[in-house]
Design a protein around this ligand. Structure first.
Ligand code: ADP
Length: 618
């Protein structure tokens, strides 16, 4: 019997539950090892003292029921050891017929703890689900919502979840039902969908753009049950984007419609803005420049760096500014354009340099206009001077003409009376030649004041030049002057007075001779320039000092002694050429030589008639 008892006790000790037995006076008769471990050995003591540290019965005590042969099952928490147990109590009939109570304490504290944790986390998620500002939902494959949070109801303007869970997703929610089929295809293929933008209908039918991010819900066998995910309302974002785009388009329109070229470049010089005026003025299209061409290309070499320096310095309108600075630009065709540049540095929010923007004003036309105006003014001045001189010289010439011819005739008469070998005859010849020279000068003065009203005709300039060269060949040779010519073939005939043209060429030859006392080369060149003919006469003489260049066409300006020059030659030539609707220009380099360029229109002024290339019979 003892052996049986020992075996029994060993068996009870091996059970994980705490077990104890009390008699009807609540005195502990037995505790297994686990029970002793939990509460200490209390055999022979009152159970409530051991278990609940109290003199009175435990609040959950059902011992009375058990002693009446009932089985009790309950869950109890024992603060003393901070544990929760599943308590099972059974009556135990002893051989003497008395009934004891056998209690089984199954420790479920860990389980309870886990449950509490789960509840807590569930609550957290529910909280999140309900209060997050994006819409969250769980839906079925067939197209019904199983759950949705308040945010989703708010986005779609549904009053209650109950009502929302009834709608048919495909037809009541999607503006285009095919979008849901597309969504299903994607999500079922990849297991998820990210930022899928689609149009939904609110309860009242108003469309809104939302973005969906979701994944698939599977059952235990891997079959698709439905989907769960978030829905973000994109209306605000789209509104912002539209506003931004509108602002951007507006800015772009302002830049594009500016009549002045506007361009911008990042700090590496990559072009980022190039408006229509820049395309027109500089010859490059926006397509060729933006992101493709460095801005440095539109400035002469090294200038771009200088501009950056000036923008950064405080001296040109403040740091980050450059105000109307004179600048030369290089067009696509290589031509340089005069203008001014106004530029500014663009900074980011932290004040870091990010780009430069510049606008320039093309001054080519203005500068050209100023130049023409200046030239016209000069010409007017010259004409006025000529007119005044004309009046004066005409009076003088008239007054002197008759007496001089009288003297000349008298001297000629005297010549017949004095034999050639007479010593006085030489003096007479000298007087006569000086008088002839005076007469010649008078003629010049007269033609200056009243140019020969000789009839003009179409004539070949080359022939006139050749004639004049032949006539003066000997004189030039004597002065060691070599003549070269480069006369354009097929030069059109020009509407001119031949005599005046001969006088002009002759004057050029005489001046060249005087400019080359040691000899040199006299070069004639003719060419056609559009609707004009140009005659270039170049000598290798002493040249004209810069301070004289603007005065050589003035009447009576001469650097020669009174025997050689009176200073009327060039002013007479100028008068003739202007009268032909042409112009004379001079280019000279002291000590190297001078080139006079005479320009004559081909057309008969005011008629539109043009001379032939083939010379008519003289
Ligand atoms: P003139 O020959 O009587 O001095 P012009 O009117 O023909 O008068 O010339 C005016 C001045 O222009 C000359 O005195 C001379 O100083 C200068 N000049 C004209 N042609 C030449 C030339 N080919 N080389 C250097 N100087 C020149």
């Amino acid at each position: 019997m003892d052996k049986e008892k020992t075996m029994m006790s060993a068996l009870l000790d091996s059970i994980e539950d705490g077990i104890y037995i009390i008699d009807s006076s609540y005195t502990i008769e037995y505790m297994n090892n686990r029970m002793i471990e939990l509460f200490g050995d209390g055999t022979g003591k009152k159970c409530h003292k051991i278990i609940n540290d109290q003199e009175t019965l435990c609040p959950w005590c059902h011992a009375e029921d058990v002693f009446e042969n009932k089985q009790v099952k309950l869950e109890i928490y024992i603060p003393k050891i901070d544990k929760t147990f599943d308590l099972t109590e059974k009556p135990l009939e002893k051989p003497d017929g008395t009934i004891s109570k056998m209690s089984f304490f199954r420790d479920i504290s860990a389980l309870k703890h886990r449950e509490a944790k789960l509840r807590e986390s569930e609550e957290k998620y529910r909280n999140l689900f309900e209060h997050v500002s994006v819409g969250i939902y769980i839906s079925s494959k067939e197209g019904k919502f199983l759950d949705a949070n308040q945010a989703l109801l708010d986005i779609l303007e549904y009053d209650s979840k109950e009502e929302f869970l009834k709608i048919d997703i495909t037809t009541d929610l999607y503006v285009r039902p095919e979008d849901r089929r597309k969504f299903q295809k994607m999500i079922e293929h990849d297991g998820k969908v990210k930022d899928y933008e689609v149009e939904f209908k609110k309860k009242n039918g108003t469309p809104i753009i939302v973005s969906l991010t979701a994944n698939v819900r599977y059952d235990h066998h891997g079959n698709i049950l439905g989907y769960q995910g978030i829905t973000v309302d994109q209306t605000q974002r789209y509104r912002m984007e539209r506003k931004l785009k509108e602002a951007h388009d507006f800015m772009n329109k302002i830049i594009q419609s500016s009549p002045n070229p506007i361009m911008a470049a990042d700090l590496k010089g990559n072009i980022i803005i190039w408006n229509r005026a820049a395309e027109k003025t500089l010859g490059y299209s926006a397509g060729e420049t933006i992101g493709k061409m460095p801005i440095t290309k539109i400035y002469p070499e090294g200038v771009a760096k200088k501009i950056m320096k000036m923008i950064r310095s405080p001296e040109h309108g403040g740091v980050g500014m450059l105000r109307a600075y004179p600048m030369l630009y290089v067009r696509k065709d290589g031509e340089a354009i005069d203008g001014t540049l106004s530029a500014a540095m663009i900074y980011d929010d932290e004040g870091k340099e990010v780009a430069t923007v510049g606008s320039f004003v093309d001054l080519t036309e203005r500068i050209e206009m100023e130049r023409t105006l200046n030239q016209t003014q000069q010409q007017l001045l010259q004409s006025e001077k000529l007119a005044a001189m004309g009046r004066l010289t005409s009076q003088l010439a008239h007054e002197l003409n008759n007496p001089i011819y009288g003297i000349m005739n008298t001297l000629e008469l005297l010549k017949t009376e004095i034999k050639p070998d007479n010593r006085r005859r030489k003096l007479l010849d000298m007087s006569l030649s000086e008088t002839v020279r005076l007469g010649d000068m008078l003629r010049k003065m007269l033609s200056f004041s009243k140019p020969d009203q000789e009839e003009k005709n179409f004539a070949d300039i080359n022939t006139i030049i050749e004639e004049m060269i032949i006539l003066h060949e000997k004189m030039l040779q004597e002065n060691s002057i070599r003549v070269a010519h480069e006369l354009a073939e097929d030069l059109p005939h020009v509407y001119i007075s031949k005599n005046q043209m001969r006088q002009v060429i002759l004057n050029m030859i005489s001046n060249a001779r005087d400019a080359m006392p040691e000899g040199g080369t006299l070069h004639f060149r003719t060419s056609r320039e559009k609707d004009r003919v140009a005659i270039e006469i170049t000598d290798t003489g002493m040249g004209i000092p810069e301070e004289h260049v603007n005065r050589i066409f003035d009447s009576f300006f001469t650097t020669k002694d009174s025997v050689k020059g009176v200073g009327l030659g060039l002013s007479v030539c100028y008068g003739f050429i202007r009268d032909h609707g042409g112009d004379i220009k001079v280019k000279s380099q002291p000590e190297e030589g001078t080139t006079f360029t005479i320009i004559l229109p081909i057309e008969k002024p005011g008629s539109g008639e043009e001379g032939n290339a083939a010379p008519p019979a003289p």
